[in-house]
Every structure is written in structure tokens, then in C-alpha cells.
Design a protein around this ligand. Structure first.
Ligand code: ASP
Length: 362
């Protein structure tokens, strides 16, 4: 029963007025503006194809072109204006320094354009952490850059590429991703380029930031951040690859029981400007490698003590007297990422104190 002070006619008039106001409000509200995201495709398993839908190993990487990757996920159009570019089409284990320079230059050109809001890079997972860290140190923009891959080829049952690509575009379009450095996203998770590493040869949850932890999740069509890396990246680094066509040669020597100097000497003879020593434990040096490393240093080669362990800080002047040897330590960077920082560092200086500072700020 209506209270008798409101007549039916008045009620109808009231509803009509409310309807009109809400229709006008909707008509005047600007349409939601979608972010402009460029997808740079480089190959990898996300663009791979197998002999059958159950082929999840032994497939061929880097066969599907960027337009097909985008067309396979029509949902992308709901979250961003996407367009694709094929930068290269290779398995990521075959990437070289020259590929990194080309990719970083293209990212910088695109991000300088006002009509580009973010970049997604599709990439093989084997070296995704290296490419992401290289970009983290060389991209000159705070706009989001998300590197994404897949563990299953596009032809597999439950291929993870489409959802990973969708999530990566969501993330690149998210305001929360601005200024977070280069991000790696797979398996609904967000990790920082500096810290993420591949931990399993083949499972979908292979990407982890051991101990320090990932940055967040992508869930329910949204990026959820919980932390961020404290290390300098992108606009806050001193590295400028704009005029570089080559990077200084830096190689990795692996430590193990019964290690010998053969690989080290070969790298030095071949012209290495820097050596990352992936030592056992806390970057410990076997008696038979310490002398050869010191000799290489005296010839001008920069030596960085890192660790094959994968977690923890390599203590300066801990397992070796780095001050006396004039060595640098890698902080928490694993050998493959220490190599990237040393290559870029050597484009600026050969001073070991300045290089050591870089390992504590980047
Ligand atoms: N070998 C492949 C690559 O890195 C593996 C992958 O993408 O998952 O290109």
C-alpha cells in the first residue's frame, strides 16, 4: 500500500525524472578511455607450435606471428587498444646482446610517443629474466613494460599463452603498474625484472622471486600489487644505450668442485672485458681458480664474484678479500643478471669502486 500522500501519478512522474537524470548522466559521461598498448613479439614458446595438442615438450618455438597471437585473444580489445609488431622471431636461448639493444631502442622510441601507454613483450621463457633486467636498466620511461611468455606452446591443451597475454595487457594498461620498473608476468603473478628467475624446467609456476617475493597477482581483471623492488630502474639509471651497437664482452665462469682455469683463460684470451665467477656457496674461490682470476684482474679484466646458489647476498670481503684482489661482488644478482649489469656498467666506467656501487643500487 502506498502512503496516501503520494499519488500514483506523482510516483510515476518521480520515476520518470530519475530515469531522465540517469540517462543524461550516462550520455554526458565520457566513454571509458582504453589504454594504447603495443605488443612487441620476439618468439618463444608463447609463439610455439607442437605436432599435436598433447605435445608440451619437443615442440618448435617461435612459429606463430604477432597478429595471430593477438587474434587468438579477442578479449584483449575490451581492455586496451592493442597493436602488434614482430621485432624478431626466435627461441630466447638464441638471443644475443644485439637483440637486446634493438629491442630496448624500439621500446624507448615507442614509449616516447604520447599515444603509447605501455608495452607488452612476448618472449621465450628461458632468458626472459635477462631481457627483462636489461630493459629494467635501459628503458627511459615510467610507463609500464611487461614481459610475458608461456610454458606450453600455442597448440597445446590448456595452453597458458592466451591468458598470460591477456593478463600482461591488463597489467600494462594498469595505472598501478606505472613506475614499478619492468615487470614479468606469467601464471597470474607479477614479478620484478631484477628479482625473478626461472626455477623449474617445465611447470607453469616456474617463475619465482625466491625469498624476496613476487610483487602481486592478476585476478578478477585487475592487477593487485603488494610490494615493489627498492632498486633503481628505468628513468633512474645512468645507462643510455641510444648510441650503442655493441656491448662489452662479459662471460660467466661456473664454479664446481675440481674446477680448473681452462674456461677462464679461454674467455680472457678471446677478449673478455669482464668475468662473472659463479662461485660455489657465498661465491667461494677454489685455490686453483683464485690465482688465475687475480691474474686476469691484473690484465685489466673486471672480476665479479657471484654465486651459483641462487639466493642471498655475496658478502664483500667474505669468502675472498675483494679489497686486496680488487674484485667486485654481485649483491643478490644471479650470474646471468650480474653479467648484464657488468656489461652496462663497463659502458660507463672500469673503476671497481664505481662498479661495486652499481651492484648495490641496481
Ligand atoms: N626455449 C623456449 C624459449 O625460451 C622456452 C619457452 O619459451 O618457454 O624460447
Amino acid at each position: 500500500m502506498l502512503p496516501n500522500f503520494i499519488s500514483r501519478t506523482r510516483l510515476v512522474a518521480l520515476f520518470s525524472a530519475l530515469l531522465l537524470v540517469s540517462t543524461l548522466a550516462q550520455a554526458e559521461a565520457p566513454p571509458a578511455k582504453l589504454a594504447n598498448i603495443v605488443i612487441l613479439a620476439t618468439g618463444g614458446t608463447i609463439a610455439g607450435s607442437g605436432a599435436s595438442s598433447t605435445t608440451t615438450v619437443g615442440y618448435t618455438s617461435a612459429t606463430v606471428g604477432v597478429d595471430n597471437l593477438i587474434n587468438a585473444v579477442p578479449e584483449l580489445k575490451k581492455v586496451a587498444n592493442v597493436r602488434g609488431e614482430q621485432v624478431f622471431q626466435i627461441a630466447s636461448e638464441s638471443l644475443t646482446n644485439e637483440h637486446w639493444l634493438k629491442l630496448a631502442k624500439r621500446v624507448n622510441v615507442l614509449l616516447a610517443q604520447p599515444d603509447v601507454d605501455g608495452i607488452v613483450i612476448t618472449h621465450g621463457t628461458d632468458t626472459i629474466e635477462e631481457t627483462a633486467y636489461f630493459l629494467d636498466l635501459t628503458v627511459k620511461s615510467r610507463k609500464p613494460v611487461v614481459v610475458v611468455g608461456a610454458m606450453r606452446p600455442s597448440t597445446a591443451i590448456s595452453a597458458d599463452g592466451p591468458i598470460n597475454l591477456y593478463n600482461a595487457v591488463l597489467l600494462a594498461a594498469s595505472k598501478d603498474a606505472i613506475g614499478k620498473g619492468v615487470l614479468v608476468s606469467l601464471n597470474d603473478q607479477i614479478n620484478a625484472a631484477r628479482e625473478v628467475t626461472k626455477t623449474n624446467t617445465s611447470t607453469l609456476d616456474t617463475f619465482k622471486t625466491p625469498e624476496l617475493g613476487m610483487l602481486g597477482y592478476i585476478q578478477d581483471n585487475r592487477a593487485h600489487f603488494y610490494r615493489q623492488s627498492t632498486r633503481k630502474n628505468t628513468l633512474d639509471t645512468e645507462f643510455d644505450i641510444g648510441n650503442l651497437d655493441v656491448l662489452p664482452q662479459v662471460d660467466i665462469v661456473y664454479g664446481y668442485a675440481n674446477v680448473n682455469r681452462i674456461a677462464l683463460d679461454a674467455f680472457v684470451t678471446a677478449g673478455a672485458k669482464g668475468i662473472i665467477y659463479a662461485g660455489v656457496g657465498d661465491g667461494s674461490l677454489a685455490a686453483q681458480i683464485k690465482g688465475p682470476l687475480a691474474e686476469a684482474r691484473k690484465k685489466g679484466v673486471i672480476i665479479v664474484r657471484s654465486s651459483r646458489v641462487g639466493q642471498g647476498i655475496v658478502a664483500r670481503n667474505g669468502e675472498a678479500n675483494d679489497d686486496d684482489l680488487d674484485f667486485v661482488t654481485s649483491d643478490t644478482l644471479n650470474p646471468q643478471k650480474a653479467r648484464i649489469l657488468l656489461m652496462l656498467g663497463l659502458t660507463k666506467t672500469h673503476d671497481t669502486k664505481a662498479l661495486q656501487t652499481m651492484f648495490s643500487i641496481y
